[in-house]
Design a protein around this ligand. Structure first.
Ligand code: FAD
Ligand code: NAD
Length: 495
């Protein structure tokens, strides 16, 4: 391994590493790990908790909040078990289990992992002072940090609070407060019908809150198939969520009785009263304070990258970016995929003689090689852990048509397969594949229903592998499983 060294002739608090990763979220951690595998020295800089948003305020705590309600619903759908499941969730026990998943917001375990992987950790806030040069401001003072070869920016994203009169002053929740809650409010108002709004509406209904979900458009989850969004809307209403489409908050005020939202919608103007208001109106890349202007880049914007995750418009090929900060991926799994790619690219390009073969392979790399993040364009999986769950991969029918593909969408009611009827009485869910008629392959798939997420990987393999339908016909699903829907989809498609 090439050792980190004090910078020649510089002050003692200047350190140099081959590769510097900014941000130790799930994505930065993965990039750092792979970049170091061929011997480069790697440091990550982190100013909050090692593990980032996903571990402490996003994926893990939100799924820990959602899982108990899903289990309860599953038990209630099976007579014999249903009779034993009485009452509602125990919020204190749900939150206690959530606290275990967040390690009580202590990053000790993740720091140990960094250490075991040979990655140095610098605690503090990083800011560029020039190409490959950063200032890290931490509790112990400032450190000049030099990257010998490459910098990978993985600083993530943060919630946007829209400019609604009085909203910021009313101290709204973002996803951070919603996932780290200690006392469940009796009434929660949510702004935004995207993934965060939908998941938190389910979680807080499960925890016993009255939930009002305000959606300015006419549908939920705009990236999903319209039929899936409609099923989620019906599911929220069944749970007792007050779901209002075409409704915006125009002013917000907090007083001793809680928060009061002035809203305008199809029924005219009105007021929604709640104890807390959750803003779930999207996120922006964390680049505002990174000093990007010294590199000639726009502060506050996403860092645009190519398929090798190299930032476009920066000379000499030393700057890379991955994860939410790129605006290219918005999930942990896809960000980590890009992180594996960027780590391999950096290791191959900069490890010198130790990696001559890899360097040549990387130089000549094309689509679907380990050095190019091709799946980001064609096969991104997404799961919304709502009730019903929604899982999709690849293109929606409309996206495929917009891309000029000749497609046909084929649907099947999942509840009609034997495995689903065993899994739950009244299993409600839909499977759809989008078929490219010219090539005879699947370019997109969507599943709704209990545990729909677990149907997704088979679809992802089919899309990434561009498996011809007449070969897929030979992939026989076991009986009686929910996956049998694959056979029914192919039969419906005419095989
Ligand atoms: C409520 C919620 C639920 C979600 N659920 C899921 C899910 O179930 N599945 C899924 O795949 N995705 C989910 N996501 C998305 C997922 O959380 C993000 O895609 C993922 O966290 C992005 O990882 P990242 O490493 O790019 O950024 P982050 O996790 O935000 O990490 C960036 C790190 O950089 C640090 N940092 C920033 N600036 C600096 C600086 N200047 N100096 C030093 N350190 C800095 C930050 O402190 C942070 O630790 C969810 C998001 C939300 C909000
Ligand atoms: N299960 C998962 O994978 C998961 C879970 C949660 C979040 N995430 C990720 O986190 C990201 C952020 O989620 P999100 O739900 O905040 O964003 P989003 O972009 O999914 O949804 C934001 C919603 O807010 C609406 N909106 C925007 N501005 C508004 C305004 N001024 N007033 C009213 N409504 C407004 C939008 O129309 C949209 O419906 C997503 O990209 C998602 O991929 C993933």
């Amino acid at each position: 391994m090439s050792e980190p060294t004090p910078h020649d002739g510089a002050t003692p608090d200047t350190v140099t590493y081959d590769v510097v990763v900014l941000g130790a979220g799930a994505v930065g951690e993965n990039a750092a790990d792979r970049a170091g595998r061929l011997g480069l020295s790697v440091a990550v800089v982190e100013h909050e908790l090692v593990g980032g948003e996903c571990s402490y305020w996003a994926c893990m705590p939100s799924k820990a909040l959602l899982r108990p309600g899903a289990v309860l619903a599953a038990a209630r759908a099976v007579p014999g078990a249903a009779e034993l499941v009485q009452g509602t969730l125990d919020p204190a026990a749900v939150l206690a289990r959530r606290d275990v998943f967040t390690s009580h917001w202590d990053d000790h375990g993740q720091v140990e992992w960094l250490d075991s992987a040979g990655i140095a950790l610098l605690r503090g806030t990083a800011r560029f002072t020039g190409p490959k040069e950063l200032l890290v401001s931490g509790e112990g003072g400032d450190t000049r940090l030099i990257a010998r070869h490459a910098v990978v920016v993985a600083t993530g994203s943060e919630a946007v609070v829209p400019p609604v009169a009085g909203l910021a002053e009313a101290q709204p929740w973002t996803s951070r407060e919603a996932t780290a809650v200690e006392d469940v409010p009796a009434r929660l108002a949510i702004l935004g019908g995207g993934v965060v709004g939908v998941e938190m509406a389910v979680a807080y209904r499960d925890l016993g809150a009255e939930v009002t979900l305000l959606v300015r458009g006419d549908r939920l989850l705009t990236a999903a198939e319209p039929f899936a969004a409609e099923e989620v809307a019906a599911g929220l209403r069944d749970l007792g969520v007050d779901l209002r489409f075409g409704t915006s908050a125009t002013a917000v005020r907090r007083d001793a009785d809680g928060v009061h939202l002035t809203v305008t919608g199809p029924q005219g103007d009105g007021q929604v009263d709640a104890d807390e208001v959750l803003v779930a109106t999207g996120r922006r890349p964390r680049t505002a304070d990174l000093g990007l202007d010294v590199l000639g880049l726009d502060a506050g914007g996403a860092l645009e990258v190519d398929d090798a995750l190299q930032v476009t418009g920066v000379a000499d090929g030393w700057l890379f970016a991955v994860g939410d900060v790129t605006g290219r991926t918005a999930t942990t799994h896809q960000g980590k995929y890009d992180a594996r790619v960027v780590g391999d690219v950096v290791a191959a390009r900069f490890s010198g003689e130790d990696a001559a073969e890899q360097a040549a392979a990387e130089r000549d790399a094309g689509e679907w090689t380990r050095y190019r993040a091709t799946a980001d364009h064609a096969a991104v999986p997404q799961v919304v852990f709502s009730r019903p769950e929604v899982a999709w991969v690849g293109r929606t029918e409309q996206e495929a048509r917009d891309a000029g593909l000749q497609v046909r969408a084929v649907q099947y009611a999942i509840g009609s397969v034997a495995g689903a009827s065993v899994a739950a009485d009244g299993y409600a869910g839909t499977a759809q594949v989008v078929l490219d008629e010219d090539r005879g392959v699947i370019v997109g798939a969507t599943f709704t229903g209990p545990d729909a997420a677990e149907l997704l990987q088979a679809a992802t393999v089919a899309v990434v592998g561009e498996v011809p339908l007449d070969r897929l016909w030979h992939a026989v699903p076991a009986y009686p499983t929910v996956s049998e829907v694959w056979l029914r989809l192919l039969e419906t498609a005419g095989l």
